[in-house]
Design a protein around this ligand. Structure first.
Ligand code: C5P
Length: 400
């Protein structure tokens, strides 16, 4: 399934555009979220209404969305929204514009703003496809990491026979599916993730907590589930919602509840990713009744919470892979290396509060990976969901 994956489908002027309706339908069947951007020429071949109905989203065509208000179509948002942009069919005309960057329509402007993988499925007459101009354009795009889904051979709309037919929609959908989860090393494995803050009760209405939003745990869970893993997300209170319905969510409040949940699921897990912001201390005794405002000061005795990640590291078999997070404010790397060793981790994701845009509550994060033998990789500031992809890619690169 492609749950949680956002696929932008571009349509250009080619008779193969009728097949795009089937492609959109296949992607929706796989539970992807689909949006469509069309060129004006594409609308001559297939109605935007068809694609809007199938994709369950408005179709973007013009730079100006509403003539009366002058509201414009934000191609940058559309480009950044997508996890993958596939232009199917790609006409010879659009192909040359992709190479030159000639943004005289919304589709090309969106392409120039997109940060995700770009795929094209060319469709044209055999001589146009064979032409050196077309072949050079394809070569140029391939060299720049655009994935080309080669056309197949067969009968063409012109009545000629040869290579130029757009690949069948079911095949394209399968390629997209394989790209996201097909070859994943965590596919079929159980991944245990902790996330969110913990709330440590002071009395029935008050607690000690922290600013963790729980977004990281949820994003990690979605990324793993989208790659076909069985995910158990043990999370403290959060408003963040998982997208992938296959994720088993266990909601907990306190560190002790989180530890109990981890203990009962750790042995069945192949990978553990501990991103929870667990409170280090809890009130020694939570009051049974609401504490009254009487004296001028109030002391609350705190006792140390168990370190859940440390426990998992102590109870880790050779087949289990363990990831921890650390938020350091000074001597980040040195402290990170110590933490990796002390907690018996395979990977430590380090983020520093000193970096602007990193840490609690932000949608971006700047991390470093620390692995045994002082292997360190530093990353740029990135969108949190992309950081998650980097983390899971790193785990997969270490799995057998
Ligand atoms: O030691 P420190 O709190 O900096 O370690 C952070 C890492 O340990 C995180 O991965 C966090 O989820 C985990 N942790 C835990 N239980 C605790 C404290 C931290 O699992 N009581």
């Amino acid at each position: 399934m492609l749950s949680g994956k956002k696929i932008l489908v571009g349509v250009t002027g080619s008779i193969a555009a009728y097949k795009t309706a089937y492609l959109v339908r296949e992607l929706i069947k796989l539970d992807a979220e689909v949006k469509v951007v069309m060129t004006a020429a594409a609308c001559e071949f297939i109605s935007p209404l068809t694609l809007s109905t199938l994709s369950k989203n408005p179709v973007a065509i013009e730079f100006i969305k509403d003539e009366e208000t002058g509201e414009w179509q934000n191609h940058v948002d559309l480009g950044l929204w997508a996890d993958l942009f596939i232009i199917a069919p790609t006409s010879a005309n659009t192909l040359s514009k992709l190479v030159s960057g000639n943004a005289d329509n919304l589709l090309i402007a969106t392409y120039l703003s997109a940060k995700c993988p770009i795929w094209i499925a060319p469709a044209m007459d055999l001589d146009m496809f064979k032409h050196f101009s077309t072949q050079e354009n394809l070569e140029h795009l391939r060299a720049n990491k655009v994935r080309v889904i080669d056309p197949t051979s067969g009968e063409l709309a012109s009545g000629l026979e040869g290579k130029g037919r757009m690949e069948e929609p079911e095949q394209i959908a399968q390629h997209i599916h394989d790209f996201f989860i097909g070859n994943s090393k965590i596919k079929g494995k159980t991944v245990l993730i902790t996330g969110g803050p913990t709330y440590e009760s002071i009395d029935p209405v008050r607690f000690i907590g922290n600013y963790s939003s729980g977004k990281t745990g949820v994003l990690l869970a979605d990324e793993c589930a989208n790659r076909g893993a069985h995910v158990i997300l043990i999370t403290g209170p959060t408003h963040a919602k998982v997208q992938n319905p296959s994720i088993k969510v266990i909601g907990v409040k306190s560190a002790l509840e989180m530890k109990a949940a981890v203990e009962s699921h750790w042995s069945e897990s192949s990978v553990g990713i501990f991103s929870a912001a667990v409170a280090d201390y809890r009130p020694a005794q939570a009051a049974d009744e609401k504490i009254k405002k009487s004296s001028d000061s109030l002391q609350i005795d705190l006792v140390k919470n168990p370190d859940i990640l440390f426990w998992a590291g102590q109870n880790k078999t050779a087949d289990q892979y363990l990831v921890g997070f650390a938020l350091e404010t000074e001597n980040e790397e040195a402290n990170g290396v110590k933490k990796l060793e002390k907690k018996n981790l395979d990977l430590l994701v380090l983020n520093s509060l000193r970096d602007k845009g990193a840490g609690f509550g932000h949608d971006t994060n700047k991390v470093s990976f620390i692995k045994p033998n002082n292997k360190i990789r530093n990353f740029e500031l990135k969108d949190k969901s992309i950081v998650m992809v980097d983390i899971i890619d790193e785990i997969e690169s270490d799995l057998a």
